[in-house]
Design a protein around this ligand. Structure first.
Ligand SMILES: [Zn+2]
Length: 243
């Protein structure tokens, strides 16, 4: 049984290493995706603002040319007023002139508004471009880190997986099932050493009688509180620290 305990503890060490490798990569893919999304989102915002500036300037230019046309009309009406045959014609022209002058005033105000709108959008674009630069730098960093970790962890991962496969062939199915069940329930830690008379998983005190029995390595002991398999210092020392 001593050997079985040793095997289970060795398996625990390998799995802890595999978990760690997985965790190392675990955050980076998500962070890379988040960085990609940020860049895409900023690019979309920039495209929208660029469009806004374009349409705003187009509207401003249209107002500008309308003003020119309206001013020409005003001059034409004024000229026509000099040659009217009666008051009715004169009044009709005055009405036209009033209308064109009012419209010019309205369009001039509109041009100012449009100009202001475009200026604000251009400032927003500047801010977004700075943000985009930072986001792209971050994305490059995340991509590089992910590539490096993947390259780094690949060999280690294979090594541990190979070790694991070899090891589990030698472990009885019952023990393996128990191990997997506890591991799943206890966030990856199924086998823990005794630490200063306490369970290495939940730090609950191990009763003195059990501590004595544990040293004999003749039975599988589980923590009364967390249910993890507890192994003696001797097992830990003989298995060594694979980690
Ligand atoms: Zn415990």
């Amino acid at each position: 049984l001593e050997n079985k305990l040793r095997q289970l503890y060795a398996l625990q060490l390998i799995d802890a290493n595999l978990d760690e490798l997985l965790e190392m990569k675990g955050d980076l893919p998500q962070e890379t995706i988040a960085a990609e999304q940020k860049v895409a989102q900023l690019n979309a915002q920039l495209a929208t603002l660029d469009d806004l500036v374009k349409t705003t300037y187009a509207a401003r230019d249209k107002a500008d040319s309308d003003i020119i046309t309206l001013k020409q009309k005003t001059e034409k009406y004024k000229e026509q007023q000099l040659h009217v045959r009666n008051n009715r014609e004169y009044d009709a022209l005055t009405k036209e002139i009033d209308y064109t002058v009012e419209t010019v005033a309205r369009l001039e105000k509109e041009m100012e508004t449009l100009e202001g709108k475009a200026e604000i959008a251009k400032k927003d674009i500047e801010t977004l471009r700075t943000e985009l630069e930072a986001a792209m730098t971050l994305l490059d960093e995340k991509r590089a880190a992910l590539a490096e970790v993947s390259k780094e962890t690949e060999a280690e991962e294979l090594k541990y997986q190979h070790e694991r496969e070899k090891l589990i062939k030698r472990i009885d199915k019952d023990y393996l099932d128990t191990y997997e069940r506890i591991r799943k329930a206890k966030k990856g830690k199924a086998v823990v050493p005794v630490k200063r008379g306490s369970c290495g998983g939940c730090f609950n005190r191990v009763p003195p009688q059990m501590l004595l029995e544990l040293r004999q390595n003749s039975k599988i002991y589980t923590c009364e509180r967390c249910g993890r398999i507890i192994v003696s210092d001797e097992i830990v020392e003989t298995v060594g620290t694979v980690a």
